[in-house]
Design a protein around this ligand. Structure first.
Ligand code: FES
Length: 216
């Protein structure tokens, strides 16, 4: 017991613990193996590296998206600017055209120009004229019925005789006639921009100069 007390009488003063300084810049987080324990300094370091890489990727995507938006806007603006200088043209069928010589047409109704110009050429014993193929009720194109010698509108049943004069159904007046004249080369020139009408209850313009050809 006395021996033990002698040993402990002059104890060595305790040396202060060596101060360990860690240079954070020299710590290589990639050397960590496995998942660091939560709450440790290693875990914090690993999380910091991971968060930095993730935010860099997000920034890159944001920049890419912003550039795509700017490029798209500039492209749209450029196209609108370019379109401004292009002419806005409405393509409409020609209203003045030649339909051949008077000798090409026999007595009666000729339908060869119906699809292209929406007209019938009508030759009677003393005249040749052009009927504009538009019903005067609501504008449908009537059908020529040779067996019945009349035009019949498929929309509401208006009927017109072989000269385009209405006689049944809701049509208020005869079908219009287009201007017609002979060109210097002897061909018939038709102008569907100038129409001759016979309004209901008013004088007819079917006998006006230009509404027909005679002696041809
Ligand atoms: S459009 Fe021809 S009868 Fe109505």
């Amino acid at each position: 017991m006395a021996e033990t007390e002698k040993v402990n009488a002059n104890p060595e003063p305790a040396k202060p613990a060596a101060k360990v300084t860690v240079d954070a810049t020299k710590v290589d987080a990639t050397k960590y193996v496995g998942t660091p324990a939560v709450g440790t300094s290693k875990a914090a370091a690993a999380a910091g590296v991971s968060a930095t890489a993730s935010s860099t990727e997000i920034d890159r995507r944001r920049r890419r998206f912003a550039w795509a938006m700017v490029t798209g806007f500039l492209m749209a603006w450029f196209l609108a600017f370019f379109r401004f200088f292009l002419p806005r043209t409405l393509f409409e069928p020609n209203t003045i055209f030649k339909i051949g010589f008077p000798s090409d047409y026999a007595l009666g109704i000729d339908e060869k120009w119906l699809q292209q110009y929406r007209i019938w050429v009508d030759r009677t014993p003393d005249r040749l004229f052009v009927i504009y193929a538009r019903c005067t009720h609501l504008g449908c194109t009537p059908d020529w019925k040779p067996a019945e010698n009349k035009f019949k509108c498929p929309c509401h049943g208006s009927g017109y005789d072989s000269e385009g004069v209405n006689f049944e159904g809701p049509a208020p007046r005869p079908m219009d006639r287009a201007r017609i004249e002979l060109a210097p080369d002897g061909q018939i020139v038709v102008n569907t921009a100038i129409l001759y009408q016979w309004p209901k209850g008013q004088p007819s313009h079917f006998n006006d100069p230009g509404a027909y050809l005679t002696g041809v």
